[in-house]
Design a protein around this ligand. Structure first.
Ligand code: SAJ
Length: 419
């Protein structure tokens, strides 16, 4: 079978590479011409372990080619759509990338083609897209063409392992569609494959990420309560998690990345009504940078330094540790919240370009440090030495990075109630 992959991003490129190396003829369709050029020359535009070798192999054996030319994806047996589904300004789903990809597919496909959507989408979207294809092509869904939602479930840095070993959900618009997709993915997937209908698989993907978002919100509420009762929430969580059926998540300055902050909105977007829990959880997580801001203001009060005179250093810009990704990063939201009320905000992140390239320079003459990302480098800092560079010694820990408050500092941490 010949395959077209629409969208060569974080998911599309690795997926195209996997199928090419499994022996299929794959054409990757991508509108960004610089990406097409790079891929065809065997270099990846995304950073991911193993990707350079795997890509070179796929290009060298002649099975993978990238293009911006629609003519080159005409008449393929399989179309795999891997485009982003972000939110609009008003938090409703922006399905324009998906709809464009589906239109391109409809204009290119032939009778008998299998169309797969790997993008995360609101429930019932695959059925709507099948209808769109029917309208454009005049084909009948489930008879003249097949359609499946096959959500990606991989984690950056582990993509090539997880593509092979994770279990997969294949949601067909009918049974035959799911069975065809199973034959296809079986060529490289070693994990389990579960078949269901497309609306169920759309829900499954969104439920997975909503589960995490709601659980993190619960942990954040516990952290908030811990301040009122004067306990350390991390000690409490560790103890609670010794129960065999309890697994509380980690509280912190917020939930970032390109998935968790948006997927619960996608889940709710097509529903007429809901109970409110998921929305409330989102609200809690979105407000966590404000909690960190309150801790900072409290600390400044403790040392009698007017907020507008404070020089604040934010450690970490990425949305999570080890990462250079700043999409929806709570660190950025925190900076947005304080930048107009303090005198100066400096930033330092070993993986992302901040205002300062070097931690010591950033700390010189500063009044407060706020840790916004759990980078491993931040866990072993010598606070006594760093404190000597500062004008005032305030340390706010938004990610439970500093286990023992350093002597001589005014220390406050999210979840670290004072006793
Ligand atoms: N976070 C907390 N507390 C926690 C766990 C995470 O505050 O207990 C924060 C992190 O700091 C980060 C955010 O939540 O800001 C999200 O981090 P993450 O590691 O939970 O998730 P992502 O966005 O890096 O990747 C997820 C993965 N999903 C799961 O682990 C369930 C990945 O498998 C998915 O494929 C990906 O989202 C996706 O595409 O949806």
């Amino acid at each position: 079978a010949e395959i077209a992959v629409i969208g060569l991003g974080y998911i599309g490129l690795p997926t195209a590479i996997m199928f090419a190396n499994a022996g299929f003829k794959v054409v990757g369709y991508e509108i960004r011409e610089d990406v097409v050029k790079k891929v065809n020359s065997g270099t990846s535009h995304i950073i991911e372990p193993e990707i350079e070798d795997m890509l070179r192999k796929a290009i060298e054996n002649g099975n993978l080619r990238a293009t911006s030319d629609k003519k080159e994806i005409a008449g393929k047996d399989v179309y795999i759509i891997c485009v982003q589904t972000p939110l609009k300004e008003d938090k409703t789903p922006d399905l324009s990338y998906l709809e464009n990809a589906v239109r391109t597919t409809a204009e290119s496909m032939k009778k008998g083609s299998l169309v797969i959507i790997e993008s995360t989408v609101p429930p019932m979207t695959t059925l709507r897209m099948a209808k769109l294809i029917e309208d454009i092509t005049g084909f009948k869904a489930g008879e003249d063409f097949y359609m499946v939602h096959a959500p990606e479930r991989v984690m950056p840095r582990r993509i090539f392992k997880e593509l092979v070993y994770n279990s997969r959900i294949l949601g067909g618009i009918n049974e035959e569609s799911a069975e065809l997709a199973e034959l296809l993915y079986r060529t490289f997937v070693k994990g389990q494959i579960f078949k269901t209908n497309s609306t169920t698989s759309e829900m499954v993907k969104l439920m997975e990420n909503t589960f995490r978002d709601v659980n993190i919100a619960l942990a954040n509420e516990f952290a908030f309560l811990a301040h009122q009762y004067g306990i350390d929430v991390f000690e409490a969580i560790e103890l609670a998690n010794t129960h065999p059926r309890v697994k509380i998540h980690m509280p912190g300055i917020g939930v970032g990345g390109h998935c968790l902050p948006k997927d619960s909105y996608l889940l709710l977007s097509s529903a007429k009504e809901d109970f409110g829990l998921i929305k409330k959880a989102r609200e809690i997580n979105e407000d966590m940078p404000l909690f960190a801001k309150d801790l900072l203001i409290d600390a400044l009060k403790t040392i009698n330094l007017p907020v507008e005179e404070a020089i604040v250093v934010v450690l970490g810009l990425a949305y999570k540790g080890y990462s250079d990704d700043t999409r929806n990063s709570p660190a950025l939201k925190f900076i947005e919240e304080i930048k107009d009320i303090v005198m100066e905000v400096r930033t330092y992140d070993p993986y992302v370009k901040g205002t300062h390239e070097n931690l010591e320079d950033a700390l010189k003459g500063a009044d407060a440090v706020v840790i916004a990302t759990d980078h491993p480098e931040f866990k072993t800092l010598d606070w006594q030495a760093l404190g000597r560079l500062m004008r005032n010694k305030i340390l706010i820990d938004g990610r439970h990075v500093v286990k023992n408050p350093p002597k001589g500092f005014v220390f406050k941490g999210i979840g670290r109630g004072e006793y």
